[in-house]
Design a protein around this ligand. Structure first.
Ligand code: NAP
Length: 546
């Protein structure tokens, strides 16, 4: 499909070297940023490592990859025409549909001609004398721009586990993020999946349908709940279309920009019957309601969280036939919702199939990957295929892969070595004219909703600079410190900060990622927008400009 679509419109050529703005990444954020820069009448170039648009939805083509935000809350909201034209096929679109959507957007707004594919940015150095950025590509070529906007995603630097012998395996092996475009068959094969995050849970459920035998290597069990996906009927689509304004307005009101808002009641103030009836209802409904639309204190209060976790543990136990296996699938080291809740479509029942085995790595850790398979402390398993669903160097990983240097040659990676320092999650002091669409310290959640706001804010700042003849806009160290302190404050006392996950900056496969850090703003999107609006409405007084 990619190649057909690539042929329809010409991507950018390499000839031009100087631009008003360079954007890194042609995923959900980069595409929208390009559209907005074009509106300003600016010359812009997007550099994209993939051979087509889509970012996350280009790379993650593993079996079972799909939204767990409602499709109709995930699309762009900026164009009425686009909303009128695009019909979502499923309430939670699978990766191919989303990739098609992003290609449709790209072609509708003729974005491809400013995107250079198969191009990796290796370095970006600020040039003080010219107040511009010099960007170096993988082939050594260099380009300059006044503004540099990163649209590199928060989960785009994939990580293989640190397991001895990983290079010796003779069979097929894939990381879910770098899944091949050609179909992969599991029929008759002995398949291993390492990792049971949101990705692993989607992939395992799908692969179990056709694999000869599937062995799942689980280190940490997950509080997963049903997705309840279904097709969007024409009547439903007509209804959605009529209600888009309300849908997007509702998303703007919630902390994570999802359609689901927390119930104002405490889990502790209702009777057990009411509580359980409410949870039963949420468990039976599509999407993130069980996580984002739970009682207001389920994610904040230890006792409420324990009640919810115990309730959900019983749900898991009821779905798995073998009580010993069920017990392994119930998380013991963290409460419900403290990690990102993976939504599933028959995941737990997979372990009732005769062709599926669960290996609990807490009991028998992996010792090595061998030429023939995986050796744990008790046995060597033989495999034809090993799938690594082992996650990402999240949030800062994609930045670290580029040698980004600001004023005085200061490296961004070094500046952030003890944790990110940003202003509004968008600017970094000492890195003038550098803007991040969804950098660290941004509020995470329903991604495109946050992207549209952040990218509009970036665009307004660039317009302000242009209209006022400013060649340099930078966060002051004081403003960056204020914001960083505030972000840390928003995380204080929250239960999820006590748990290891990518959201707390932990990756056990990477040096330097073993200490929990504040990676994201936790004050909720409405408050985030208020703070950003205040800076813009105040004429950007917190910035150092010249
Ligand atoms: P993840 O949540 O970081 O999960 C990685 C998994 O690999 C964990 O189970 C981890 O175990 C395991 N692992 C890593 N190294 C290991 C090792 N050396 N040995 C054994 N196990 C190892 O990554 P992910 O599942 O790719 O998901 C990341 C995020 O992407 C999600 O939280 C979500 O935000 C996003 N996502 C979204 C969707 C969607 O929208 N539908 C789908 C997929 C992913 P430990 O937990 O013990 O470290």
């Amino acid at each position: 499909m990619n190649d057909v679509m690539e042929a329809t419109r010409e991507p950018a050529t390499k000839a031009a070297t100087d631009f008003d703005a360079i954007v890194i990444g042609a995923g959900v954020s980069g595409l929208y940023q390009l559209y907005r820069l074009r509106e300003l009448g600016m010359t812009a170039r997007v550099f994209e490592a993939g051979s087509n648009v889509g970012g996350t939805w280009y790379w993650n083509r593993y079996p079972g990859a799909r939204f767990d935000s409602e499709s109709w809350t995930y699309g762009y909201s900026f164009s009425q025409e686009l909303l009128d034209e695009w019909n979502w096929e499923e309430h939670f679109a699978a990766q191919p549909e989303t990739e098609r959507y992003l290609n449709y957007v790209t072609d509708k707004f003729d974005l491809r001609r400013d995107i250079q594919f198969r191009t990796t940015v290796t370095a970006a150095h600020y040039q003080e004398a010219e107040s511009c950025w010099k960007v170096t590509l993988h082939d050594g070529s260099q380009h300059t721009s006044r503004f540099l906007v990163t649209a590199v995603g928060v989960l785009s630097a994939s990580v293989l586990p640190r397991i001895p012998g990983i290079d010796t395996f003779k069979g097929e092996s894939f990381h879910t993020h770098n899944w091949p475009k050609a179909p992969v068959s599991f029929a008759g094969k002995r398949v291993a999946v390492i990792g049971t995050g949101a990705t692993g849970i989607q992939a395992i459920t799908e692969i179990a349908k056709t694999a000869g035998h599937l062995t799942v290597f689980q280190r940490t069990a997950q509080w997963s709940a049903p997705l309840h996906n279904s097709k969007v009927t024409p009547e439903e689509m007509a209804d959605i279309r009529k209600n888009y304004a309300d849908i997007f307005a509702k998303c703007q009101e919630t902390v994570g920009c999802f359609i689901h808002a927390a119930d104002p009641r405490s889990a502790l103030e209702v009777t057990q019957e009411e509580r359980e009836a409410f949870w039963e209802k949420r468990y039976g409904e599509p999407g993130f309601g069980i996580w984002m639309g739970n009682f207001r204190d389920v994610l904040m209060d230890r006792e409420a969280n324990k009640l919810m976790s115990d309730w959900l543990a019983n749900k898991i136990r009821a779905r798995v036939n073998d009580p010993a296996v069920a017990d392994k699938l119930v998380p013991k080291n963290h409460g419900f919702g403290m990690r990102r809740v993976p939504l599933e479509s028959g995941y737990f029942e997979v372990y009732n199939q005769p062709n599926v085995k669960l290996v609990d790595l807490l009991e028998t850790p992996i010792e090595s990957i061998t030429p023939d398979g995986i050796r744990t402390t008790d046995v060597e398993y033989e495999f034809d295929m090993i799938i690594y669903a082992t996650g990402f160097d999240a949030i800062t990983g994609a930045f670290d892969q580029i040698d980004i240097r600001g004023v005085g040659g200061v490296s961004l990676k070094e500046k952030w070595a003890d944790g990110p320092v940003t202003m509004l999650g968008i600017l970094v002091d000492g890195f003038p004219n550098f803007m991040m669409v969804m950098g660290p310290h941004a509020g995470l959640g329903n991604f495109p909703r946050a992207v549209e706001y952040t990218s509009d804010w970036v665009t307004a700042l660039i317009r302000h600079a242009r209209d006022n003849g400013l060649t340099r806009v930078d966060a002051t160290p004081a403003a960056a410190k204020d914001w960083t302190d505030h972000v840390i404050e928003t995380n204080e006392g929250l239960l999820f900060t006590e748990v290891d996950s990518w959201m707390t900056g932990i990756n056990r496969n990477l040096e330097g990622k073993q200490v929990r850090r504040v990676m994201r703003y936790s004050g909720g999107h409405p408050a985030f927008r208020q703070r950003c609006d205040a800076v813009a409405e105040g004429g950007y007084r917190e910035l150092a400009v010249s």
